[in-house]
Design a protein around this ligand. Structure first.
Ligand code: AMP
Length: 423
């Protein structure tokens, strides 16, 4: 049995997620996944699920990422539930990194130069890149000599044309300060577009796809021939759709207005836009769509309004991307809300028969979007509407294994991993 394992690490602002995939083909078999939450708090907790068993553990008050990482290493080789017998079974490590700026256009083998660049890009993603860099440092120490690859949320959108990524600011703000639209959720949009093409048995090169990743963070992406040509998130993951706690699109002039009228400073505004807005802010209740749906059914008006704003925003982007693509062969729903909420899917696409989008109510209601790819459009719908489970970790494992590992020791003269994507 080939027990070579690919480890995927996803370091968030207060959590560390990991997953293990066995085999060196397409990393098909997930052997374990887990999560350490509340890093840096006294109630830090590890939840591990795997083919050899599951455990939940409170971790004694510890300090931070170093301890969280140590706890992950411990459980990976745990004699009872660990997915690997020893650390040398790890053949490659894939790291999810949120921001690759316009430097990284594809999965990239990590070396000192790449790590330094990820740290430098922390200026664009202060909540995300620094913790990823920390996890990478730990991982390089724990798995010396093992290929480690950074997979960037932004990389898939590096195909956006200037018409899509430029803001209407003086050009030097782009040139000097790199203020432009980057887009996020790229790994998920890429994953569901490939799965849709496999499912429909149609080459991705021939497909125009609108991908709706609707979760706590949400974005829509227009994909032509497998390439992202536009997406709703921008310079940060705050632009675009209404999200759990992020406001999405807003008139930028609201910000100076609040600064002058309420004396708000940058940090207060940041919090307002990213943590107090969205479904939570509008409903005054919760950011959780399941709870909002239940509240709306029970007559909570603000909950119903928040859901209405959410669906209308997705619908507007679907319309905009239909116009950009000139047509859509497939519309995909994915992530927690996209996979789970028949209500959101139905409201987003209701009444669009004139645009060739016909939802089958029964199929939509019965879709088991967390388990398998489901068609929810009717037989007579020219546009196929799918619900596709996203699996970002598996996509990261595959991208890690297919990212030219054998070439990775070749370095350009400046030490940059040339063949593996540092553009
Ligand atoms: P994610 O960030 O992809 O984990 O998605 C989280 C969001 O998905 C939360 O708002 C959940 O309430 C929502 N969600 C998960 N399952 C369902 C479901 N069955 N129906 C409606 N919303 C759901």
């Amino acid at each position: 049995m080939n027990d070579a394992t690919t480890l995927v690490i996803n370091a968030g602002s207060s959590s560390l997620k990991y997953a293990c995939f066995q085999g060196n083909g397409l990393a098909e078999k997930e052997t374990a996944r887990g999560q350490i939450d509340r890093i840096g708090h006294t109630d830090m907790k590890l939840v591990h699920r795997g083919l050899r068993g599951s455990v939940e553990r409170s971790l004694a008050p510890r300090q931070g990422y170093t301890d969280a990482f140590a706890a992950m290493l411990e459980i990976l080789t745990d004699p009872e539930v660990g997915p690997i017998r020893s650390r040398d079974k790890i053949q490659a490590v894939g790291h999810r990194v949120v921001h690759g700026g316009d430097t990284f256009t594809r999965p990239t083998r990590i070396d000192a130069h790449v790590l330094a660049e990820i740290q430098r890009l922390g200026a664009l993603a202060p909540l995300h890149n620094p913790v990823s860099a920390q996890a990478i440092e730990q991982s390089l120490l724990a798995f010396p000599g093992v290929p480690q690859v950074a997979v960037f949320d932004t990389a898939f959108h590096q195909t956006l044309p200037p018409e899509a990524f430029l803001y209407g600011l003086p050009y030097e703000y782009y040139r000097e300060h790199k203020i432009r639209r980057y887009g996020f959720h790229g790994t998920s949009h890429q994953h569901v577009s490939i799965r849709s093409s496999d499912f429909l048995k149609k080459p991705i090169e021939d497909l125009a796809i609108i991908s709706c990743h609707l979760g706590n963070g949400s974005s829509v992406c227009a994909i032509e021939g497998g390439r992202s040509i536009d997406t709703s998130m921008g310079f940060t993951p705050t632009e675009g759709l209404l999200m759990g706690t992020r406001c999405g699109d807003i008139d930028p002039a609201v910000l100076p207005f609040l600064m002058r009228s309420q004396g708000m400073d940058a940090d207060t505004l940041d919090k307002l836009l990213t943590r107090q807005g969205g479904l939570l802010g509008l409903s005054g209740l919760t950011e959780d769509m399941r709870e909002l749906e239940a509240a709306a059914r029970a007559g909570h008006e603000q909950a119903a309004t928040a859901i209405g704003v959410f669906c209308r925003r997705v619908r507007k982007y679907v319309g905009a991307y239909l116009a950009l693509l000139g047509r859509a062969d497939v519309i995909v729903f994915t992530a927690g809300i996209g996979q789970g909420s028949a209500l959101v899917r139905a409201r987003t696409l209701a009444g669009l028969e004139g645009l060739g989008i016909v939802i089958d109510e029964k199929r939509n209601a019965e879709a088991r979007g967390f388990e398998e790819v489901c068609v929810i459009s009717s037989e007579r719908s020219p546009v196929t509407v799918l619900v596709v489970p996203t699996h970002e970790e598996q996509m990261i494992a595959r991208l890690t294994l297919t990212s030219d590992l054998e070439n990775m020791d070749g370095r350009d003269s400046d030490g940059i991993a040339g063949p593996c994507g540092l553009a």
